[in-house]
Structures are given as C-alpha cells and as structure tokens.
Design a binder for this molecule. Sequence first.
Ligand code: HEM
Length: 453
Amino acid sequence: LHCKQRGRPSTSCSSRSQRGPDAKIYGPLWKSKYGPLVIVNVANAELIEQVLRQEGRHPVRTDMPHWRAYRELRNQAHGPLTEMGAKWQRIRSILNPRMLKPKHVSSYSNAINMVVTDFIDKVAWLRDTHGQGVMVHDLAGELYKFAFEGICSVLFETRMGCLNEVVPEQTQKFIVSVGEMFRLSQLVILFPKSTWPYLPFWKQFVAAWDYLFKVDDVQEKLQLGQPVEGEYLTHLLLSEQMTVTEILGSITELLLAGVDTTSNTISWTLYHMAKEPEIQEKLYQEVISVCPGEKVPTSDDIANMPYLKAVIRETLRLYPVVPGNARLTVENEIVVGDHLFPKKTLFHLCHYAVSYDEKVFPDPHTFLPERWLRGGEDRSKQHPFGSVPFGFGIRACLGRRVAELEMYLLLSRLIKQYEVKQDPAGTTVKAITRTLMAPATSINLQFLDRQVQ
Ligand code: HEM
C-alpha cells in the first residue's frame, strides 16, 4: 500500500497493526492485514465522511472475491450486493423504485401487518406452550423466521409458513444457510483464492450458497415461464429489463440481506425495552395515543410516532447490524485526513467504534432515544456520519425503507400487545460479529399481556 503523507509527519499509515482495529491504540486511521487483504481502517466520523464523499460514480464496498467466485462456479448472476460498475448501476436502477419510493413501500403495509399478526400469535403460543405462560426463549431465532416471512411477503406476496408451529424444512434451511454463509464468509476470505478449493469449509460455503439460490418454487416457475405471484416480482418480469437468471440473482440477494438484519435489530430493541421500562412505557404511551384500542398501526400512523423511530435509530447506533462497512477506491486516488491514497485502497469504516465515541455521542453507552428527536439538544451537535447504519449515497441499503417499515410495524404492535420484561435469570447478552452483528447468546424475555386501553 502506497500511502503518501501530506504535510506533517505521522505514523498512522504505517503497517503496525496485525492485531485488529483498535482506535484507542492506533488513532483514527491505521493499516492492518486480514488474511491476504490490506485494509485501511477509519474510525472517526469526519474521516468516514471524507471517504464516503469521494466514492465516485460506481462505488464498490469490496470486490467480494469469495461471493463472486461462487457465482462464477455455478454460473449464477450477480445481484445488487455483489455486482460492480455500470452493471451494478443498471440493476439498482431497475430495483430501486419499488424498494425505496415511499408510495410503493407503504403499499407493502398490509402484507407485512399480516405477518406481524402471526408473529404476535406465535409469541403467545411459544410463551404458553414452552415458557410457562411468560417466557419466550431465543427471540432472535423466532425473529429470523419473522424477517424471512416478511421479506417474502413483500417480494412474492406469498406466505412461506415460517411462523407456523412447524416450520417448513425448506425455509428453515434457507434461514440456517444465511447464517452459515455469513459465518463462513469471514473464514474463507482469510485465505488466498488459490487455496479455496482445498479448504474444508469451502465446500460448506458453496453448499450454503447452493441453498440460497434454490428458491425452488419461484425458480421453477420462472424457468417454465409460468405466472408468479407478487407485485414486486411480477413488476421485474413484466418490465423485461432483466433475464430470468438475473432476476434470480437479485431476488436471492434481497432475501439473504433481508433476514438477519431487521431481526437482529428488533432483538436488541426488545432486549433494551425490557432493561429500561421507562423507555418502554414512553414508547407504549406514544403508540396508544396514535392507535388507541384495537387499532392496528399502519404506515400513516407510523409517521406520527417519532419516539418509535428514535428507539430503532438508537438501537442501530448501539448495535449496528453492519458494524463495519467498506469502500474500495476504484476510480481515483483520494485524500483522507492528511494522506493521499492510491486507487484500489480498501477502506474499512469502523462504524461500531464511532458509535461509541463520546466526542460524537455524549454518554455513548446509554440507550437514549432522545438523541434522535427533532429539537433534541444533542442532535444539532451530532456529526451526521457518527451513525450511518444503512450506509451512504447511491450504494446505500436497497432495503432500508422496507426494513424500517417492517421494524416499525412489528415493534409498535408488540409493545401495544405485550409488556416485555427481562429474564428473571438476569443474563446479560453480548454482541458477536459474524460479518453481521448478532446476539452472542440467546435473548430470552418475558411477554405479559397488556389490558386493551
Ligand atoms: C436493519 C436493517 C438493515 C440494515 C441496518 C441494513 C444495512 C445495510 C448497509 C450498511 C448496507 C451497505 C450500504 C453501503 O455500502 O453504503 C446495506 C446494503 C444492502 N442492503 Fe441492507 N440493511 C438492512 C436491511 C435490509 C433489507 C431488509 C434488505 C432487503 C430487502 C436489504 C438489502 C440490501 C441490499 C440489496 C444491499 C446492497 C446494496 C448495494 O450494494 O447496492 N437490507 N444494507
């Protein structure tokens, strides 16, 4: 890596960290190695902003050699996560409108609300049959099923039966494969590409991907030219802008991006609601003031629930499900801080570290939704790149609006229905990174029925 110093001398770019990112030891900018990858770590809001603002016309996160290798091996198409350059831009321009335009996104409310209803019932069933009438064990595991069902209801308008008492084997296998693929991803990338076929876990990695691409029913119907359900999918087919293989590539990537992300975030939110009953009460009061009695929140109601949004925002600050994002400079050399970096520099943006930077977020370890409320004192001082959980710019999360809608509709209704309380065994749950951030151990919570008000 050639990193030319501009101005005063500094050692922050020299190769001195083999031990992983630690902004406290190395300062806000340091170089490290991860397997064959040389990485420039950026752990400061201003510097992250500088990297992101110079990302060019076709930003690249990383070139994802292991994910791409699978697609080449099996002759599968790339989707928005893995494609690059003008081809990526083309895919995004086809997928964006119905994923990000508010009018389209709010039209998914009914489908998502049906899944929410089933989840509320599933919680009651789990509690009554497996939790002595109060406890739900391994909430994250249940929420993975909710998220998969939710994203399928948006893409295919089809129910997969993930929230039934017995989960269909195929869908359970998909959910497990998402977790496996992310877990193995960070192992595979540690080794040079030439060694992959000889690694014992390469086979498992390929097998996990095989399963993810095996969206059986849909695949078969598409290949036979039979009609499929679902506004989103139908739209993609009718627009005739993509081949069937391309549609499958994109749908697979949307599905896998849509499972662990929303579910882990909601797991942490509920964990905090149980730990902090005053915040839960405040949220409850907001929800019932907008939706009293039996009224089910809709996307219009959500617009009147700023505290609900602030609770999710604060969860994503403390538990960014994508704890470190990346950018590979492909078009130009760029200046970051006092340094000039050449093309092909891989920047790792340490969002998790910055989320806990007390200069950006005073009292960083405290769960404080008020930070995100308009007019809140802190907000004006906060750096806009202090917490960017959905990424930035034209390469930002494609599922953001759908993810937010899912999380708002689920959380508002859960809090309306149940008072969430901590596990009396009082276990503290830590976070772990498996590419994405997840709870390291089970989150078990009590769900007590509320009286309708
Ligand atoms: C809490 C929920 C979620 C969070 C925090 C999240 C976060 C992110 C982040 C940080 C990125 C990288 C953006 C960048 O590089 O600037 C990303 C990309 C992406 N996300 Fe999400 N995501 C979430 C949910 C979803 C859902 C539900 C879907 C699918 C419907 C989805 C689909 C995608 C796709 C396809 C990309 C790749 C976009 C591209 O490279 O062009 N995400 N997400």
